[in-house]
Design a protein around this ligand. Structure first.
Ligand code: GDP
Length: 197
């Protein structure tokens, strides 16, 4: 399914413009700069379709990409700019909250965590939101090429421990590097069953 053509189909800046596409959706979330666009590109081996749009000052949107007629990948706006205005944070919350709580077709959120930094308060806020919405989520550790294997294993265990009581937390914690391609086959395997057969 990840070899199907990746096509940009819609961007929603406010919750009322979230499209209905009728395909199962997998959403990708995480702090700005966590490596989200790189991951979607590497996962599908299609570059140039997903671009980083999380520049400070730009209106953020939820972006929808279809993989043929089997799956929709959803790029959620990044968060965590220290200098983001309170109003921008509220707009982000409204949009993401509406998305994670209202999507019947949302099968899973991949929450991307930078292996170097681990879970941050804003990640925990999103986890809380997903818990309340009963949204299934899994953790994807990114940029694993920059950490020694032992530190990486420790990071994964730490996150697993921190989240093990959440009912909607789906194992395993997958470790990927978009740069080396490490872990990508494993991540595809954890997601492929969510697509239309
Ligand atoms: P986004 O803001 O979450 O979409 O992040 P990007 O995909 O634009 O990546 C942010 C920065 O991290 C860029 O400078 C990327 O080159 C870098 N990056 C992304 N993935 C990796 C990775 O697997 N390894 C390393 N070392 N750097 C990465």
């Amino acid at each position: 399914v990840f070899k199907r053509k990746l096509t940009f189909v819609a961007a929603a800046k406010v919750s009322r413009s979230l499209p209905s596409l009728g395909l199962p959706e997998i959403a990708f979330a995480g702090r700005s700069n966590v490596g989200k666009s790189s991951l979607i590109n590497a996962l599908t081996r299609q570059w140039g379709v997903v671009r980083t749009s999380d520049k400070p000052g730009m209106t953020q949107s939820v972006n929808f990409f279809t993989l043929g007629t089997r799956l929709c990948l959803v790029d959620l706006p990044g968060y965590g700019f220290a200098y983001a205005k309170e109003a921008a944070k509220e707009a982000w919350e409204d949009l993401v909250m509406e998305y994670v709580t209202s999507r019947n077709n949302l099968k899973r959120v991949c929450l991307l965590i930078d292996s170097k930094w681990g879970l941050k308060p804003r990640d925990e806020e999103l986890i809380h939101l997903m818990e309340n919405a009963q949204t299934k989520f899994q953790i994807v550790l990114t940029k694993t090429d920059i950490l020694p294997p032992l530190d990486l294993a420790r990071r994964a265990t730490q996150i697993q421990e921190a989240l093990k009581h959440h009912r909607n937390f789906v194992l395993p914690v997958v470790m990927v590097s978009s740069q080396t391609g490490g872990g990508l086959p494993h991540l595809r395997k954890t997601l492929v069953n969510l697509a239309v057969p």
